[in-house]
Design a protein around this ligand. Structure first.
Ligand code: IPE
Ligand code: IPE
Ligand code: MG
Length: 261
């Protein structure tokens, strides 16, 4: 962690959270593109997989900090529909990490009132992974604390295509009139149905792109790009991103700045 980020953290905690005009605005939904594991490892002469392993620690920190701040939804981009282009061994390792995360952390998440939801295309996933994801969602479905959304085998274009296909089927059989297809209906057919749109999208590793993440939902999200690699993302970095968000003026096409949350 760098000292600048630490200072930002101390300053943030000194300000009253939410409600006070001069205080910190906490985003309701934070979505993170966890990028840079490979480069973090390569810079240390380690294998890319070691970077992924270390990235898991940052996941735990992000969950804890979200709970501490009172964030309601945390979405983590864990494996994209384009990540199949990676070497088979790396893909296997990433799948192994997901298994490990659910096996090791699910009980703790449940104890802490965290609800787990999964977005992405499950069709191509191995049966045991699908079962684990189902188990995590079912066990935690009544929890009312943080909702942890795992975006796994997720791609926004694939998600939108699946939604459009489902609506087209309803139209084809006459259940839905073409005129009735509106933004709300499309949103209700996305994997994120019933979740609020992300307020803040953070991407680590210095890349400034969305890489097919939440293209529909992030229409009015505030984007924060951070130079650090994902394994270096700690509590102070999270607070720094929230502070940046807190200072943004959101207008949603209007002229008067609206509160961030
Ligand atoms: C992010 O780190 C993790 C996943 C995409 C699964 P990367 O593996 O993309 O690391 P870089 O971007 O190559 O450094
Ligand atoms: C985005 O990172 C996907 C995840 C973080 C899971 P990538 O590393 O796959 O994105 P690109 O290829 O650099 O755009
Ligand atoms: Mg990357």
């Amino acid at each position: 962690m760098n000292s600048k980020a630490n200072d930002a953290g101390a300053e943030i905690l000194a300000t009253p959270a939410e409600g006070d005009a001069g205080g910190l605005r906490i985003p309701r939904h934070v979505a993170i593109i966890m990028d840079g594991n490979g480069r973090w490892a390569q810079g240390r002469g380690l294998t890319r997989t070691e970077g992924h392993r270390r990235g898991m620690e940052s996941v735990r920190t992000a969950v804890e900090t979200s709970r501490e701040l009172g964030v309601s939804y945390l979405t983590l981009f864990s494996f994209s529909s384009e990540n199949w282009a990676r070497p088979p061994l790396e893909i296997q390792f990433l799948f192994g990490l997901l298994r490990l995360f659910i096996q090791r952390d699910l009980a703790d998440l449940h104890r802490n009132d965290v609800r787990v939801r999964v977005i992405g295309n499950r069709v191509r996933l191995a049966a045991d992974i699908r079962a684990l994801l189902d188990q995590a969602e079912t066990l935690t479905c009544h929890n009312r604390g943080l909702t942890l959304v795992i975006a796994f085998n997720y791609g926004a274009r694939d998600e939108i295509a699946r939604a459009v296909r489902a609506i087209a089927e309803d139209v084809a059989v006459g259940r839905v009139a073409p005129d009735a297809v509106d933004e709300a209906m499309i949103a209700a057919h996305l994997d994120t149905a019933s979740m609020p749109d992300p307020d803040l999208v953070i991407r680590t590793s210095g890349e400034m792109r969305l890489s097919n993440f939440l293209l529909w939902q992030a229409a009015y999200a505030e984007l924060v790009f951070m130079p650090l690699f994902w394994p270096d993302f700690d509590r102070a970095a999270y607070l720094e991103a929230v502070k940046e968000y807190s200072n943004r003026a959101r207008r949603f096409g209007g002229i008067a700045a609206r509160r961030s949350t």
